[in-house]
Design a protein around this ligand. Structure first.
Ligand code: SF4
Length: 220
């Protein structure tokens, strides 16, 4: 799998590209430079040179709050990460957005399996079993709020609400389900000037959404 991800990255690196909130550039000397996409033209960024530094950068937002959802649109600003090899780039991107490169590679090969939300909820056990009792209208509202790109999550939703193929939420724009669309660009950032974007894909509801479903059912 890492091989196919690196092939994919090589192809993507013919030009600078966005991956979520990250801007990735290749320098003329063959190194890779990453920064927050808002900081593309900012000088005096704090420079890091180790792929593992991405773990700390991704941990807290600008206000110092822990980021439980790594694809939330709250990556902190003010840093620049310089890396020597494609392998280091792959590792760093995986620290920023765990699992997303592998999911993107599977999607590119037409091999990505998605799981309907109802199926994810039905297989929960213990304290999360009750989450399956959430109604369709409650899902409609919850997904619209929790997964929205503006303030919720930057992933493109590929899963359906149920096995019938119902939309996860009728209250989200069509672009939220379209991998061609730059979810971070929806926030009105300067991203629209560079078209290359590698989407963050959501193939299955995350644990945080399952926990929110439970809270809705429990009336919390
Ligand atoms: S279910 Fe997917 S889109 Fe929704 S918040 Fe979780 S990771 Fe993001």
């Amino acid at each position: 799998m890492p091989d196919s991800i690196e092939k994919l990255l090589k192809a993507a690196l013919t030009a600078p590209f966005y991956f979520g909130e990250i801007f990735v550039q290749k320098t003329t000397s063959g190194r890779f430079v990453l920064s927050h996409r808002d900081d593309e033209s900012v000088d005096h960024l704090q420079t890091f040179r180790n792929a593992q530094d991405a773990i700390e950068i991704a941990k807290y937002d600008d206000s110092g709050n822990y980021r439980p959802l790594k694809t939330a649109p709250n990556l902190r600003h003010g840093w620049r990460l310089e890396l020597d090899t494609l392998e280091e780039l792959r590792c760093a991107l995986d620290y920023f957005y765990p699992g997303r490169l592998a999911i993107f590679a599977a999607w590119k090969r037409d091999q990505l399996q998605t799981t309907p939300l109802r199926e994810t909820l039905d297989r929960q056990s213990g304290m999360y079993r009750v989450a399956a009792k959430i109604s369709d209208s409650q899902i409609d509202d919850l997904v619209a709020d929790f997964c929205r790109s503006n303030g919720g999550c930057l992933r493109t939703i590929l899963w359906k609400r149920d096995a019938r193929g119902t939309s996860p939420s009728t209250k989200l724009p069509d672009e939220k389900f379209d991998p061609r669309y730059d979810q971070a660009g929806m926030l009105g950032r300067p991203g629209s000037t560079i078209p290359a974007t590698v989407p963050l894909l959501c193939q299955e509801a995350c644990n945080l959404l399952v926990a929110e479903c439970r809270k809705v059912v429990k009336g919390e």
